[in-house]
Design a protein around this ligand. Structure first.
Ligand code: ATP
Ligand code: MG
Length: 277
C-alpha cells in the first residue's frame, strides 16, 4: 500500500476549509476497522521510524542538505508528542527542535523573522520548529497583537523568506496537526486530571480555546497564503495519535527519499589500509 502524501498537501493557491476536514479521519490509510487498524498503524510507525533514522544518518553523513520541518497546531494539538514519537531514535547530534514561545523583549525589538532565521538548519541538519514564524500570523492576528495592516503583509514576507531558504539549499516541509475542538477539550481535561500532566496545564489555554473559530480562520489564511510548490503545507488529521504519527512519518520519509542522498565516497585507499596493531 502506498501512502500518497500529495492528498494531504495544500495545493498552492487553493482554498482551505478546515471545518470540512475530519480531524478523526485516516486518509490514505487502508481502513480495516477497529483495534487491528490501530495496531497495524503502530506497527507501521515502528517501520517508518527505522527508515527515518537511517535517512537522518545519511543526511548527517552526506552533510549537503538542510531540512526544516515546521510544526503548528492548537494547544494540546500534539506537537510535543509528534516530535517524541516521529523523531524517536534519531541522532541528537544532527537534530534540533527549537520551540518558539512568547517573544522576549529582545526578540520583540527586532523584526519577527529575526529569532527564526537564527534557528534554521545548517548543512546536514534536521530542524523541527515547535511553533514558528507562523505564530506571527496566527496568535498575533487573533489577539490583535499588531494591527491588521502590519500582519497582512507578513504572508508575502514569509513566502519570500522561505523561498530564499529553499533557493539556498534548504528543504522545507510544513505540517499543521488538525485536531477537533472536542478532542482539545479531552486533552486539556487530561492535563487537569492526571498528576503527571498537571504541569502542562495553563489557564491561558482556555482563553485561546474561546477563540477557536478565529484561530481556524487564521490557520486557513496561513495555509492558503503560504503553501507553495517549494515550501508546502500538509494538513494532518491528528485526533488519532497513531494515524498522526504514520502520516507525519510518511511525509518525512518520502521527502527525505526524494533528496537521493548518498554516503560520502570512501577513501580511495580504503581496501589496502591496514590498521596497525
Ligand atoms: P504545550 O502544547 O505543551 O502547552 P506550547 O507550544 O503551547 O506547548 P507554551 O509555552 O505553553 O508552549 O506556549 C507558548 C506560547 O507562546 C503559545 O501560547 C504561543 O501562541 C505563544 N507565542 C509563540 N510565538 C508567539 C509570538 N510571535 N507572539 C505571541 N505569542 C507567541
Ligand atoms: Mg501551551
Amino acid at each position: 500500500m502506498t501512502f500518497d502524501i500529495d492528498k494531504l498537501r495544500v495545493k498552492p493557491g487553493s482554498k482551505v476549509n478546515l471545518a470540512k476536514i475530519d480531524a478523526d479521519g485516516t486518509p490514505q490509510w487502508q481502513d480495516k476497522g477497529g483495534v487491528t487498524n490501530k495496531e497495524d498503524g503502530k506497527q507501521r510507525v515502528v517501520e517508518l521510524n527505522d527508515r527515518l533514522e537511517a535517512l537522518q544518518e545519511l543526511l548527517y553523513a552526506e552533510g549537503k542538505h538542510r531540512v526544516l520541518v515546521v510544526l503548528q497546531a492548537m494547544d494540546a494539538g500534539g506537537k510535543d508528542g509528534t516530535i517524541r514519537h516521529v523523531f524517536d531514535g534519531v541522532n541528537p547530534s544532527g537534530v534540533r527542535a527549537p520551540a518558539f514561545k512568547k517573544p522576549t523583549t529582545r526578540e520583540l525589538s527586532r523584526d519577527y523573522l529575526w529569532r527564526v532565521h537564527q534557528q534554521v538548519p545548517g548543512d546536514g541538519e534536521l530542524v523541527i520548529f515547535n511553533r514558528s514564524h507562523y505564530e506571527d500570523v496566527l496568535v498575533v492576528r487573533v489577539l490583535d497583537l499588531v494591527d491588521k495592516k502590519r500582519w497582512a503583509k507578513r504572508y508575502q514576507h514569509i513566502v519570500n523568506f522561505e523561498q530564499m531558504l529553499v533557493d539556498e539549499g534548504t528543504t522545507i516541509v510544513k505540517i499543521y496537526l488538525h485536531i477537533s475542538k472536542e478532542e482539545q477539550k479531552e486533552r486539556l481535561q487530561a492535563r487537569l486530571d492526571e498528576p503527571t500532566k498537571n504541569w502542562k496545564f495553563e489557564p491561558g489555554d482556555l482563553d485561546m480555546r474561546e477563540r477557536w473559530e478565529d484561530f481556524m480562520e487564521a490557520f486557513e489564511g496561513a495555509l492558503e497564503g503560504t503553501s507553495t510548490k517549494d515550501a508546502p503545507w500538509f494538513v494532518v488529521p491528528a485526533n488519532r495519535k497513531w494515524y498522526r504519527n504514520v502520516a507525519v512519518l510518511e511525509i518525512m520519509v518520502q521527502t527525505l527519499e526524494e533528496l537521493n542522498m548518498k554516503f560520502p565516497a570512501a577513501h580511495p585507499d580504503i581496501a589496502s589500509i591496514i590498521i596497525p596493531d
